[in-house]
Design a protein around this ligand. Structure first.
Ligand code: 3HC
Length: 332
């Protein structure tokens, strides 16, 4: 079953005096904002952390197709259907770029997928929540893609070259996704009282799970300190969560919808909103495999993998025959 608490080696960064000569040279490059490329020397922990993060990110893109794919056949108009189809296809593309970025670190895509299917790798908690009606598709685009962009814009400056470059294109596409979600919410918020109530209900259900996407509070984050020292992460989980709240509240006000948080208020002193934290107990439950849709999502991925067996075999067979033909041509 998906997700477990894996000991992925999170710890505090080494003190400068404890670094080897290679590690010191590596940290100088990081401090100078140089990109690290696949063939460059890198600490084993840096490589492992990237494989974990990029792999989980890739899995999230692919699993993220499921809650939305569910609505392609039920989109209310042909135009909405075409837009949603394009969006879901983009997510597959994001998964592909990210698996390719991870492969530059010496791990195969098949291996990453096997680790996901065996429950040894995570994907984003958000995709374990159901999309119950069309307004949820709006809320997912607006909030979930909005949260994803907030995190990923910063990752364009991550220290690993292939990951940062993948992020540039992904962010462009994610902003289109976010706008299509906001557009759905706008239509519904300006529609009949029943449609507006649906939009409000979707916001109520997706608000706190969206806040959870940024990860646990900094005080409980295992990896942040080391990942920030390596510039794999550029901001802490709490910093990005705060930015997301500050950006989203005015958007909700423009829609005429209410963020489901009685404690939400502008704090003049801090220049940002005070807000209620999500239920962190629920977050740990979800990432440990007990969210509303964990089983359904994993079953769907396992079925997709099994259903694709004939195609992978055919591709391998084709590759073998092509190599044989090429070898014959060279020897002829
Ligand atoms: N869902 C599932 N697991 C999560 C999580 C979440 N929202 N947030 C944290 N975790 C896990 C971590 O993976 C880690 O577990 P592990 O040690 O077994 O890997 C544990 O909780 C502790 O969290 P940390 O804060 O120490 O972990 P990180 O430093 O890795 O920070 C993160 C978490 C901010 C999500 C970071 O990994 C990150 O920035 N990842 C890249 C972005 C990403 O994966 N986004 C997925 C969003 S969905 C998406 O993009 C699809 C789009 O189409 C909407």
């Amino acid at each position: 079953m998906y997700a477990q608490v894996i000991d992925s080696g999170g710890k505090q960064p080494k003190r400068p005096d404890d670094l080897s000569a290679e590690e010191k040279a590596f940290m100088q490059r990081i401090d100078a904002n140089e990109k690290i490329e696949p063939k460059d020397w890198m600490p084993e922990g840096y490589r492992r952390t990237l494989i974990r993060q990029i792999g989980q990110h890739a899995h999230s893109e692919v699993v993220g197709q499921l809650p939305e794919g569910n609505w392609i056949t039920r989109a209310p108009t042909l135009e909405r259907k075409a837009i949603l189809l394009a969006k879901v296809q983009d997510e597959a593309g994001h998964g592909l770029y990210l698996y390719c970025a991870a492969e530059t670190l010496g791990v195969s895509r098949d291996d990453l997928i096997q680790r996901l299917l065996a429950g040894d790798m995570k994907y984003s908690s958000i995709f374990n929540y159901p999309t119950l009606n069309w307004a949820d598709i709006g809320a997912v685009g607006w909030l979930v893609d909005g949260a994803a962009i907030m995190n990923q814009v910063a990752l364009q400056r991550t220290s690993y070259g292939p990951y940062s470059r993948a992020m540039v294109r992904i962010c462009k596409e994610e902003s289109f996704h976010q706008r299509q979600g906001y557009d759905i919410m706008m239509k519904m918020a300006q529609g009949t009282p029943e449609q507006k109530a649906m939009a409000q209900d979707a916001l109520n259900r997706f608000w706190y799970p969206s806040l959870m996407m940024f990860g646990p509070p900094d005080s409980d984050s295992v990896h942040t300190a080391q990942s920030m020292a390596w510039k794999i992460k550029i901001n802490t989980n709490d910093e990005l969560r705060q930015r997301f709240v500050d950006q989203t509240v005015p958007q909700a006000e423009y829609l005429g919808l209410t963020i489901p948080d009685d404690n939400l208020r502008w704090n003049d002193e801090r220049g940002e909103y005070d807000f209620t934290q999500p239920d962190w107990e629920e977050f740990w439950q979800v990432i440990n495999g007990y969210g509303p849709c964990n089983r359904e999502r994993m079953d769907a991925r396992i079925k997709a993998w099994d259903d694709g067996a004939w195609f992978r075999e055919a591709l391998a067979e084709h590759g073998k025959k092509r190599a044989q033909r090429q070898a014959k041509a060279v020897n002829a």
